[in-house]
Design a protein around this ligand. Structure first.
Ligand SMILES: O=C1O[C@H](COP(=O)(O)O)[C@@H](O)[C@H](O)[C@H]1O
Length: 237
């Protein structure tokens, strides 16, 4: 049964602090019980949040395995690459190595990269069942998209694959891969970390008006859902 926690804080720095405290708690619990912590990362503003806050937590970094909730199919040197952004801003501030990140192969087409990523993910999860991440860190675009699942896109109803390709993303770059909802909603913890007035209208449409928008479809079936919002992002609730 999903349980939702709305965490309202003052400013962006408090969103970062809360987010990282929550990650620390979930990571250390997973490491204690499973000897590994499996986390899915988003791009965009989340890269800055984690780069600013993660170095303050205490954890066994060697047990972390980092996946991507979505990734742009571009070389890791490209400013559009989510992995590239984490490599630049996070590795070095915390003792994570590149091989702890489960990366896409950017030389493939989006379709092949999605298939290849499923193949890379599979050994980390129990066979013959949906992957269950300990935590998925999610962003929300001003249009209500999360991962690379955009409003009105046919991928919102994709249930046949864990990871889907998208070649017509309305937000550039167009070629991406993304987790699909069955996997997202099978996670133990889904965490949105949102800051700023620019997201307030969309936060209201999703959390108050209950509009059917992609970020609003994140409802882990047997897990916890957290929305961490600063005053700007929660100002219309
Ligand atoms: O394109 C993307 O956008 C979303 C939201 O980004 P934000 O900068 O508005 O937080 C992000 O979560 C996703 O991973 C990314 O590919």
């Amino acid at each position: 049964m999903e349980s939702t926690q709305l965490i309202r804080v003052k400013a962006e720095e408090d969103v970062i602090r809360k987010l990282c405290e929550l990650i620390e708690e979930i990571a250390n619990k997973a490491i204690e019980s499973e000897d590994v912590f499996k986390i899915g990362l988003s791009g965009g503003s989340l890269v800055n949040f984690l780069s600013a806050g993660l170095s303050k937590i205490t954890t066994d970094w060697s047990k972390w395995r980092l996946f991507f909730c979505d990734e742009r199919v571009v070389p890791s040197e490209s400013p559009d690459s989510t992995y590239g952004a984490y490599r630049k801003s996070l590795i070095g501030t915390v003792p994570l190595s590149e091989n702890q990140f489960i990366q896409i192969d950017p030389h493939l087409t989006a379709e092949d990269a999605a298939r290849d990523y499923i193949r890379k993910m599979a050994p980390f999860f129990a066979p013959d069942s949906l992957p269950r991440f300990d935590a998925l860190l999610l962003g929300m675009g001003p249009d209500g998209h999360t991962c690379s699942l955009f409003p009105g896109h046919r991928l919102l109803d994709e249930t046949s694959v864990w990871i889907a390709p998208i070649t017509n993303s309305p937000k550039p770059p167009p070629s991406r891969i993304t987790l699909t909802f069955p996997i997202i909603n099978n996670a133990e913890n889904c965490i949105f970390a949102i800051s700023g007035q620019g997201k307030a209208e969309m936060v209201k449409r999703i959390l108050k008006d209950k509009e059917d928008l992609p970020a609003g479809r994140v409802k882990p079936a047997d897990g916890k859902l957290f929305w961490i919002l600063d005053e700007g992002a929660s100002s219309l609730l």
